[in-house]
Design a protein around this ligand. Structure first.
Ligand code: ASP
Length: 340
């Protein structure tokens, strides 16, 4: 009998309305389980670990990613797969972070949640949870069908570090603009085997150190010199993500390029991520990105913002030199970026 571990962190899936304020707040896992008796029908051994205090995922922190990653690491050999119940707001950040923290993963880690609490009549929680369990336990020829960190939401399975929350209203809350879905749930589960990660035979390694000395600058016409100056002079800062226009373009104004150059000279890594969800950064395609290329801004290619920031946190935590980190930033480590 296969065995899975459900890790309950919180999120709308387990929330109830506060009688006084009407706002949704997190509830304990036992109450959630009562709403879903179907779970007993699985022919799998299901174990549960819950955060002591379940959270709205807007309160997610790197320390809590470590708690989740450690729970998976400590329970790895005894389980065939893992399902993480998580709020959808920061689910793509957690999925991306876990993909970098759990190196050499060869078992499914499936995150899911819902847009409506499990106790509501029209809830999407039941289908999401039951199918996530099904996916986490599916094996093909004795090996896990999805040996990677993935997000299951509303009939689609996405690579975790390729997904982004793009809708706060629809049940279909996630998209994966630059990578195909890994599986679709219809009458049967249809896995897109060619797009699913192929594990290596190495032992699982837990990368626990994340460095959060990163800033992000979303560019807009009219951004001020004072603002960028103050960001690059943040004490302890090691990296900046600049969210650029289109295929990685930015202003060619001399003060702007000079400030970026000043940061690079201070050994601050600058990573270029596009504000567009789909497509890729292509530094040098336009004159407005040629200067970024020549001063040493690193292209984040087609990474999501969530993947970029967690990859930076992970790489900065490895102790590698800035030059080495810049090299690794441009290579896919867990399928988070498309090779040229
Ligand atoms: N605010 C909730 C959360 O992210 C939204 C959700 O669960 O979908 O925890």
């Amino acid at each position: 009998m296969s065995s899975i571990l459900i890790i309950y962190t919180g999120g709308t899936i387990g929330m109830v309305k506060d009688e006084k304020t009407g706002a949704l707040k997190s509830f304990d896992f036992d109450s959630l389980l009562k709403e879903i008796p179907e779970i007993k029908k699985f022919a799998h051994h299901i174990n549960i670990e819950s955060f002591d205090t379940p959270i709205d995922s807007s309160n997610m922190q790197p320390e809590k990613w470590l708690q989740i990653a450690q729970t998976i690491y400590n329970n790895y050999d005894q389980h065939d797969g893992f399902v993480i119940l998580h709020g959808s707001d920061t689910m793509a950040y957690t999925a991306s972070a876990l993909s970098f923290m759990l190196e050499n993963l060869s078992k499914p880690v499936i995150l899911t949640g819902s847009q409506l609490p499990i106790g509501e009549l029209r809830t999407d929680a039941k289908e999401n949870l039951l199918t996530a369990i099904e996916i986490a336990t599916t094996e093909i020829n004795g090996t896990a069908a999805v040996p990677e960190v993935a997000i299951y939401f509303e009939y689609d399975l996405y690579r975790g570090n390729r997904a982004t929350k793009s809708n706060a209203e629809d049940f279909e809350a996630f998209t994966s603009p630059n990578y195909p879905v890994l599986a679709q749930a219809g009458v049967s589960l249809r896995f897109n085997h060619n797009d699913i990660y192929k594990p290596n035979n190495k032992d699982l390694q837990l990368n626990q150190f994340l460095d959060r000395n990163i800033a992000t600058i979303k560019l807009y016409p009219g951004i001020t010199e004072q603002f960028i100056f103050s960001v690059i002079n943040t004490p302890g800062l090691r990296a900046i993500i600049i969210e650029t226009f289109g295929s990685g373009n930015a202003s060619t104004e001399i003060w702007f390029i000079n400030l970026l150059l000043e940061a690079i000279k201070k050994d601050i890594i600058i990573l270029n991520i596009s504000q567009c969800e789909g497509g890729t950064v292509n530094q040098g395609k336009y004159e407005t990105s040629s200067a970024l290329n020549s001063i040493g801004v690193v292209s984040g290619k087609d990474m999501t913002f969530e993947a970029a920031i967690t990859k930076l946190m992970y790489l900065l935590g490895t102790g590698l030199s800035s030059e080495e980190i810049k090299q690794w930033l441009q290579k896919p480590l867990r399928g988070e970026m498309t090779l040229d």
